[in-house]
Ligand binder design. Structure first.
Ligand SMILES: C[S@@+](CC[C@H](N)C(=O)[O-])C[C@H]1O[C@@H](n2cnc3c(N)ncnc32)[C@H](O)[C@@H]1O
Length: 309
């Protein structure tokens, strides 16, 4: 494989503000929703002191989440639903015996803390930029006392490093099927980095592996009424130093995935996300119109499924 392009990463080298925001939204959802769609009771321990205040303190919570970030409520829904969807798919994979979970762009994900009972069955690999990962490691220690024994932190810059090499250094078993998630991250990366990383997933993943991620849809696939929100979000994250630079049509993405040998198992555009998770939920606004979820599988070769003779 040719070397990846040099430092073209679109994010600044500090810790990820969008990772903190996403965890803050999950913490807020858990704190204030009587029947949470995604029950992340550990997110509150992962966020900054400032976010803990926002989540817990009613007047501050009103000011920040409802007044300042009020226009972004459909994005909050997207954050909650993408994690719920990914973990629904993950749990199905685990129930079928998958014992490795690779979280790309993990940010302040709390799966390892919420599912300690799975420690003997599932090894977890969290991959993230070193700066954000150092903050995460510190917060896990603070909340949990130590690092869960089944959790490995694997630093990576998707723009410059190869995922399969990083994973092999972390003792990932390429002979054993794995479940990969890549949430809230693809759109911050260049298309070259996304292609290279997906290619490395294909190299590292044993047959029977799966990957779930969300991706940004181009404007022509967004209903007109959703365009102001999409533009606002573009400006908001760019101001945080994490501009969104990549988007795909479902057809383009399916083509990319087919090229590396993954088959589409499911695609959930925003309206399908709402149909699946928001029935009879007038308390939760519809998800943002500009992100789709997708689940792909690395098929088990037929010869392995159905031995001839
Ligand atoms: C919006 S956060 C999503 C975090 C988490 N997956 C979630 O859904 O809450 C984006 C994550 O991508 C990571 N990221 C962005 N660019 C990266 C890069 N070039 N290399 C490694 N990680 C990167 C950030 O550090 C951050 O943790």
């Amino acid at each position: 494989m040719p070397p990846l392009q040099p430092e073209t990463s679109t994010r600044k080298r500090g810790t990820s503000a969008t990772a903190t925001l996403a965890a803050g939204i999950r913490a807020h959802h858990w704190q204030w929703n009587k029947s949470p769609i995604f029950a992340d009771d550990c997110a509150i321990d992962m966020v900054s002191f400032f976010w803990r205040l926002i989540v817990k303190n009613k007047p501050l919570n009103w000011l920040v989440v409802h007044k300042l970030l009020g226009a972004f409520h459909p994005i909050h829904t997207e954050i909650i639903l993408r994690t719920r969807y990914a973990e629904d798919c993950l749990m199905e994979a685990i129930s079928k015996g998958v014992g490795q979970y690779v979280i790309l762009g993990a940010g302040l994900d709390t799966f390892s803390l919420r599912h300690k009972k799975l420690a003997a069955r599932v090894r977890i690999f969290e991959l993230d930029h070193p700066a954000t990962q150092a903050m995460k490691r510190e917060r896990v220690r603070r909340a949990n006392g130590d690092i869960p024994p089944n959790l490995a932190f694997v630093p990576i810059d998707f723009e410059t490093d190869r995922l399969n090499e990083a994973l092999s250094r972390a003792d990932f078993d390429s002979q054993d099927p794995a479940f990969f998630s890549w949430l809230g991250t693809t759109y911050y990366l260049t298309k070259d980095a996304i292609r290279e990383t997906l290619g490395c997933v294909a190299d590292a993943a044993a047959p029977g592996s799966r990957i779930v991620f969300d991706y940004k849809l181009p404007k022509h696939l967004i209903p007109e009424r959703g365009l102001p929100l999409a533009d606002n979000l573009d400006r908001f994250v760019a101001r945080l130093g994490e501009p969104m630079v990549s988007e795909f049509t479902p057809e383009e993405l399916n083509g990319e995935m087919a090229r590396i040998g993954f088959v589409e198992m499911e695609t959930l555009p925003p309206e399908a996300q709402a149909r699946r998770y928001l029935k009879n939920r007038p308390d939760v606004v519809d998800p943002a119109p500009n992100f789709s979820f997708a689940l792909f599988g690395d098929p088990i070769p037929e010869s392995k499924c159905e031995p001839s003779g």
